[in-house]
Design a protein around this ligand. Structure first.
Ligand code: 5AD
Length: 352
């Protein structure tokens, strides 16, 4: 079949043209998907064996100055119970996580003006001093080059900033006029230049997204060559302008995960919370499609429900860091195991 040929080409050359990406994304069926998943799994095993890396996700603020149309913690949502964690609270999450085997902490939050450079530097330095063998990942949105540099110098090693969608007009339909695709992408180049292990990504099935948009996302991933790529289905939130929109599908998300594994063989690829939210075994299926990272929730129990980016976001069971045994068992069921290590990306060469 001609689509299998395209998949073989991708597996060999790690690149496709825009037209070829569109063909694959539009023409996919379950047979093509199974073939793709088997190649993606083999590629994951080649570089990462049966290791799955875990990251402890600390959602430390749900204040946000932005008003993204899809996001539950957007500024204009007055129904959110807003919270901020103190440095001490964040550190105690890290202690709990360290005991459980986490060696990477991801500090994620809305774009909250309270966390100025000095405030955030102080938090990063404290974590760095207390846990010198751990990686610190920040996911706090768009900041200046100087700010990224200061946080890097304070001890942050990695940064997650999804590009959300490459296409400027699609980007404009998902975001307020204060934000632009170009600035978002510039931030990613800045992060890479400073020396962060950078993660980007996008939502699958976001409103107005076309196969051409997804093809452009794939071309951008190739160009940026990030260390990590986080993708998950768009899921509507009831208090946003997109409350009535359809969610992205499991099938398309798995298909794209596997394509990304073949495009960037050594990339770190999380089976995201959103994937685990749209299907009870979503993350296991993600691993079977080439994913090799999971990011359990390490936030204090009493704030988890308040970090609702979308409806029904899971934060219990295998999603909760304290239930790591449950997670280990699920990962085992798909032939993998949790690795107690920082789990740095192998995708470090500038030229691949
Ligand atoms: N559905 C799925 N993902 C979402 N995100 C934000 N809102 C939603 C939603 N409604 C994702 C964005 C952001 C990441 C932290 O969460 O891609 O970058």
């Amino acid at each position: 079949k001609s689509l299998n040929k395209l998949i073989d080409k991708l597996a060999c050359t790690h690149a496709l043209s825009k037209e070829e990406w569109v063909q694959l994304i539009q023409g996919r069926d379950s047979e093509v998907s199974e073939y793709l998943f088997s190649l993606a799994r083999r590629t994951r095993e080649k570089y990462y064996g049966d290791d799955v890396y875990i990251r402890g996700l600390i959602e430390f603020t749900n204040y946000c100055k932005n008003d993204c149309l899809y996001c539950g913690i957007r500024r204009s949502n007055t129904h959110v119970n807003r919270y901020r964690l103190t440095k001490e609270e964040i550190l105690s999450c890290c202690y709990a996580g360290y005991e459980l085997g986490f060696r990477t902490f991801v500090l994620q939050g809305g774009e909250d003006g309270y966390y100025t450079d000095p405030v955030l530097e102080d938090i990063v330095k404290s974590i760095h001093t207390s846990f010198p063998d751990c990686a610190i990942t920040l996911s706090v949105g768009e900041r200046s080059f100087e700010s990224y540099q200061r946080l890097f110098d304070a001890g942050a090693n990695r940064y997650l900033l999804r590009h959300e969608t490459y296409n400027a007009s699609h980007y404009a339909r998902l975001h307020p006029p204060s934000l632009s695709a170009a600035h978002r992408q510039q931030c990613l180049w800045n992060l890479k230049k400073i020396g962060y292990q950078a993660g980007t990504g996008f939502m699958v099935g976001s409103p107005y997204q076309t196969p051409e948009n997804l093809a452009e996302d794939m071309l951008f991933l190739k160009e940026l060559n990030p260390h990590m790529v986080g993708i998950g289905p768009f899921i509507p939130h009831h208090d946003t302008p997109f409350s009535g929109e359809r969610a992205g599908t499991l099938d398309l998300t798995l298909f794209l995960l596997a394509l990304i594994r073949l495009l960037l063989p050594k990339v770190l690829l999380p089976a995201t919370t959103a994937l685990g939210t749209i299907a009870p075994d979503g993350r296991e299926q993600g691993i079977l499609a080439g994913a090799n990272v999971v990011m359990p929730n390490l936030s204090p129990g009493n704030v988890r429900k308040d970090y609702a980016l979308y409806d029904n976001k899971i934060c219990t069971g295998a999603e909760a860091a304290e239930c790591i045994k449950d997670l280990e068992q699920r990962i085992h069921s798909v032939g993998c195991h949790i690795a107690v290590t920082r789990g740095d990306s192998l995708n470090t060469a500038e030229e691949t």
